[in-house]
Design a protein around this ligand. Structure first.
Ligand code: NIG
Ligand code: FE
Length: 417
């Protein structure tokens, strides 16, 4: 259908709206999905015009409208995946095989695998081949019901390749239906040529920030803080500069150990602190007091064969506006499936399915600063929604990655693979 025509969807056994205040949802709000039973919606020009019951929708249908019967299905907002690394050269299948024999993430990196092996392959890849690989990932995101993703650079670790990655992300936003929100992650690891001069590399990352901000190549800056990666002083410097330039700031923290990353994120008042597997109660309190959004990535714990998941329940109880995301990347989380992440939330982190869904849609949009347009089904917002062949939306996490949407609408247009 063309974007200017009107589209009416009716008959959904559940239409999950997530309607509510345009700010991150906390506490009991996380479990309030505002479901309309026997619901529908009308869209025009890429936006939602009306949301209500099927009767109300059908009463508003006019000749020429396209009408979709969603009877025996549920309608959800498209997932917003707020943390992904979707652009890279090659794969990490050898890491995967090594891990199956018990090698750790750190051992694999020390043996020449890990982030640096992807950096070598990404440096060798043309922009065109990065875009091609990214198109395949975009298709897989859509097939799993995700309509917006945050996309990080961070596998170039030199000026030229980081810029190539950011241009590839911009191009993918133009040629695929997915919404891309780009993040500059020059501080993902130290490249081999800067092994002996880590601060020289931090200088280089800092020098790129004005260009990244001025040319809108990214809207956020991220730093990976962990032993053997970036330390507190380096993060302070880079994120302070990014904030001066008007970029949103984010950090990967406490993934493999509690290095005080959550407290640092609170001190720097970054927008999001991501991972948090090893963050204790003190760190959770610091995040809450500073208003930092936690982004949990349980698929990376699962895919690395680890067992320490973040303290999600405690975070909800402390009033944090929880977000969950895939962390899609070739190493620690090669999954693009938000349904799988929702399952992990329920089975490994004691989150209610409703809390997890809010964390994967509306709160995720808040983490990206796009909550006025994405993350819920309300009049005036983008018509990004999915139809699933089930009677109760909880079947999606319950069947552990088995269900996929039957139709995916982005900007009111049905996506066909
Ligand atoms: O979020 N922790 C750092 N970065 C990624 C892993 C990247 C990789 O292994 O290639 C993550 O888990
Ligand atoms: Fe990550």
């Amino acid at each position: 259908m063309n974007k200017s025509a009107r589209l009416a969807v009716f008959g959904a056994s559940q239409l999950v709206t997530l309607r509510g205040p345009a700010r991150p949802r906390v506490g009991g709000e996380l479990a309030d999905l505002s479901i309309i039973r026997g619901g529908g919606l009308i869209c025009r020009g890429g936006k939602i015009e009306f949301v209500g019951t099927s009767d109300q929708v059908l009463a508003r249908v006019t000749p020429g409208d396209e009408v979709v019967d969603a009877t025996s299905g549920v309608v959800l907002p498209g997932f917003v995946d707020a943390h992904t690394h979707p652009i890279f050269g090659g794969d990490r299948l050898d890491d995967f095989s090594l891990r199956s024999s018990g090698a750790t993430y750190q051992e694999i990196a020390a043996a020449g695998g890990g982030i640096r092996s992807t950096v070598a392959k990404t440096r060798a890849a043309s922009e065109e081949s990065l875009v091609k690989a990214g198109e395949r990932h975009a298709r897989l995101f859509l097939e799993n019901g995700t309509t917006t993703i945050e996309a990080k650079s961070g596998y170039g670790l030199d000026k030229e390749t980081e810029l190539r990655m950011l241009r590839a992300i911009r191009r993918l936003g133009e040629i695929t239906p997915i919404g891309f929100v780009p993040t500059y992650l020059g501080a993902h690891a130290f490249p081999p040529e800067h092994e002996a001069d880590p601060d020289g590399y931090v200088d280089q990352v800092e020098a790129m920030l004005p260009r990244v901000a001025n040319e809108r190549l990214a809207v956020a800056c991220d730093v990976f803080v962990e032993e053997d990666y970036f330390d507190a002083g380096q993060a302070r410097r880079l994120l302070g500069r990014a904030q001066e330039l008007g970029l949103a700031t984010r950090m990967h923290v406490d993934q493999f150990g509690d290095s005080g990353g959550a407290r640092l994120a609170a001190e720097l008042r970054v927008r999001t602190a991501d991972h948090l597997e090893h963050t204790g109660i003190g760190g959770i309190n610091a995040l809450a007091d500073a208003g930092v959004i936690p982004v949990l990535l349980p698929a990376s714990v699962y895919c690395l064969g680890l067992s320490k998941y973040p303290l999600a329940r405690e975070m909800v109880e402390r009033g944090l506006p929880l977000v969950v995301a895939t962390d899609f990347n070739p190493g620690s989380a090669p999954t693009l499936s938000m349904p799988f992440v929702l399952s992990l939330c329920a089975t490994q982190m004691r989150l209610k399915p409703e809390e997890a869904l809010t964390a994967a849609t509306f709160n995720a949009a808040c983490a990206l600063g796009i909550q006025r347009d994405k993350g819920s089904l309300e009049a005036g917002k983008s018509a990004d929604f999915t139809i699933w062949d089930c009677q109760d939306w909880r079947e999606i996490p319950y069947h552990v990655g088995s269900l996929r949407p039957s139709t995916v609408y982005v900007g009111g247009v049905a996506w066909a693979s």
